[in-house]
Design a protein around this ligand. Structure first.
Ligand code: ZN
Length: 664
């Protein structure tokens, strides 16, 4: 059990943006940070982080909570594990009373594998720097390749002696259990039950996970014998899963975030070479071809990948298709290729660090254009080959989730391929339509414009495209169920918007026109006397807020976030982490663009209030119309019509107000 003081200390120290930021690339938007949700597949961000409240919330899948919750969900950790993770991140000493459970057994196995790997890493390093064999074979190899000592040390490079069991013996002598050495793949057990080393006579590249612990190794032979594989890697283990490890990420992550770009190379030596040129935001997919998991790993830190290619034409063509995967994840891909016969490693050593840096900065090409150029050069004047290329390029463009970005590429490729833009667009639409049909074969009636992605369930309202048709247009003017449910949902959105404004800005003091030094909370409540809330949760929050104000207290957002009623707490978390998600929808529909709502707080608050009022007034007007139609008595009809005229006037005033003031 971790003691209370430690937990408190962890909670005080952990910053939500840093904890989440290790896994999700966050961008500032208004008062909060947003990014692509790590819990459900999405290409447009609906994952919000509120720094001031220390919480996150996803509007796509609904997940939300604090730092500990995030680590538990994301890393599939139990509560104490998540706390320990945070403690490690912030160098907080964990005080606990020991408790042996099954969970800790698995944890202990993993821990033992980490310890065994760390021991091996240190052993190999010592061999490299301190033994005759290591110095004369291993170290001199790295130096001949042109690597500086600081780079060799930074990456903890090592040497495994050319004997059968140097490491195994050393581990045994140091009281390490061979069971764990075998589980990491460092030792292999033969039929007679005798252990021997996997890596023999090789220079060693330890592979770190992104918190910096050694999880595996790559070993390069220094023998010229063709029968010896050039590289041997650690097998998969409980701590090493090739498909979601990137070599060099531990040393690169800070630089990747700072540069907002990640260089991707092929091998260990390439990573070292690029570092030696003082470029630290570089990783390698080493050991596997690039996987989706690795791309997602990069996407935690940046949306921009620059691939550094070997200058070998056949290799380039083969890998072009694989890169569509990165586009599909919504990342931006640029490519730098090196002169024929050179890879980043050889080129850096050939031209030197300075010239290398300049070269990659000046030779970056957007992937789509790079692909078009490469394929075009290959096809020459052959019209059939050229037609194939067009299809191939548009296939890639169709993978880009952001339709604006895609249309920019269509334009550029139209120039490059000398094909009319409209032909490329129609090709693009065909590909997208086919893909959509394949994705949901039974969704004949779903609204899909070629530039609208199919979104996850429930997200349609939140992400209604600003330039797309309105729901009414799509579903027809009839009061079908669809329209009805959309309208009720709209009511809910506007009621929630009021609650959001209360929670976000209730404590701001303002002076507008006739009001002087008033809290926004009081102002909103005063303006709601004639409004009835339909949604039960919203109504409860408003009622509590009102009664507190009547008792001379101004409620805080935290009061609702920590409310014992979970439904209220959840709604409060959702709403107070969402600067725009709810309002953006109707701002867009009314073609109102508010860059940052805090800049024009008055317009934001009044906009929220008046939109809600307009919605309520519209309802009353509709009801009155029905009543007038149904009324047979002339006098009664007259009274109803007067009432209608009066309310219609109110509606006009509201509309006029919305039209004049809010549009800023
Ligand atoms: Zn989500």
């Amino acid at each position: 059990m971790i003691n209370r003081e430690t937990i408190d200390k962890i909670m005080e120290t952990a910053r939500i943006e840093e904890v989440v930021g290790d896994f999700v690339h966050l961008k500032k938007r208004g008062a909060s940070l947003i990014g692509n949700c790590p819990f459900h597949g999405e290409k447009t961000p609906s994952f919000h982080v509120s720094v001031s409240k220390g919480i996150y919330k996803c509007f796509g899948c609904g997940k939300g909570g604090d730092s500990v919750r995030f680590i538990m969900e994301h890393e599939k950790y139990a509560y104490p594990e998540a706390l320990k993770y945070l403690a490690q991140k912030y160098n907080i000493e964990v005080e606990e009373t020991f408790d042996y459970t099954q969970d800790t057994e698995l944890q202990n196995t993993k821990e033992s594998l980490f310890v065994a790997s760390q021991f091996a890493s240190q052993f190999f390093e010592t061999q490299l720097w301190e033994t005759d064999e290591g110095k004369s074979i291993g170290l001199s190899y790295f130096k001949e390749r042109g690597f500086r000592e600081d780079i060799i040390r930074k990456f903890n490079l090592g040497y495994s002696p050319d004997t059968w069991d140097a490491l195994t013996e050393a581990a045994q002598a140091a009281q390490h259990s061979l069971e764990f050495l075998e589980k990491t793949g460092l030792s292999i057990k033969n039929e007679k039950g005798k252990y021997y080393d996997r890596f023999r006579g090789r220079v060693m590249f330890p592979i770190h996970n992104f918190t910096g612990r050694v999880i595996g190794f790559g070993g390069r032979t220094l023998k010229t014998d063709k029968n010896v594989p050039k590289y041997v890697n650690s097998p998969e283990s409980e701590i090493y899963h090739k498909s979601n490890v990137l070599y060099g990420l531990f040393h690169a992550k800070k630089a990747i975030r700072e540069a907002d770009n990640c260089y991707l190379v092929e091998g260990y030596a390439d990573v070292l070479a690029v570092h030696q040129a003082y470029i630290e935001n570089v990783v390698a997919s080493s050991g596997t071809s690039l996987t989706i998991e690795q791309i997602k790993l990069i996407a935690r830190f940046t949306q921009n990948i620059t691939i550094l290619y070997d200058g070998d034409a056949a290799g380039i063509k083969a890998s072009l298709r694989g890169l569509d995967m990165i586009l599909e994840e919504g990342l931006n891909v640029k490519v730098v290729s090196f002169p024929e016969g050179d890879d980043p490693d050889s080129y850096m050593h050939k031209v030197g660090a300075g010239a290398f840096k300049t070269y990659i900065e000046e030779n970056r090409l957007d992937f789509i254009l790079y692909k078009a150029n490469t394929l075009l050069a290959d096809a020459g004047k052959d019209p059939i080959k050229r037609a194939g290329i067009i299809r191939d390029i548009v296939e890639s463009i169709a993978k880009i989730p952001d339709s604006i970005k895609a249309s920019v590429f269509i334009r550029e490729c139209s120039r490059l391929l000398e094909v009319e833009e409209r032909i490329l667009l129609s090709e693009l639409n065909t590909i997208r339509a086919t893909r959509l049909k394949k994705a949901n074969p039974n969704s004949g009636s779903a609204p899909t414009s070629p530039f609208t992605r199919a979104e996850g369930p429930g997200s349609r309202l939140d992400h209604w495209p600003a330039d797309g048709p309105s729901p009414e247009e799509l579903y027809g003017e009839s009061s079908s169920e669809a329209v009805q449910s959309l309208k009720i949902a709209d009511d809910l959105l506007q009621e929630q918007e009021i609650v959001r404004l209360l929670l976000s800005y209730g404590h701001e003091l303002v002076s507008w026109d006739k009001i002087d030094n008033m809290y926004i909370g009081s102002f909103i409540i005063q303006n709601l006397t004639d409004v009835t809330f339909e949604n039960d949760l919203c109504k409860q929050i408003i009622d509590v807020y009102r009664s507190e104000i009547e008792n001379g207290q101004l409620p805080t957002a935290n009061q609702f976030i920590k409310h014992p009623n979970h439904a209220i707490a959840d709604l409060a978390i959702t709403l107070s982490t969402s600067p725009y998600a709810l309002s953006e929808n109707w701002y867009n529909r009314h073609q109102i663009y508010v860059r940052d709502e805090t800049i024009n707080l008055k317009a934001t608050i009044l906009g929220g209030l008046y939109h809600l009022k307009k919605r309520k007034v519209d309802r009353i007007l509709n009801q009155l119309l029905e009543e007038i139609k149904a009324e047979t008595d002339a006098t009664n009809q007259e009274i109803l019509m007067q009432r209608y005229a009066y309310i219609k006037n109110v509606e006009r005033e509201i509309s006029k107000y919305l039209g004049s003031v809010i549009v800023k």
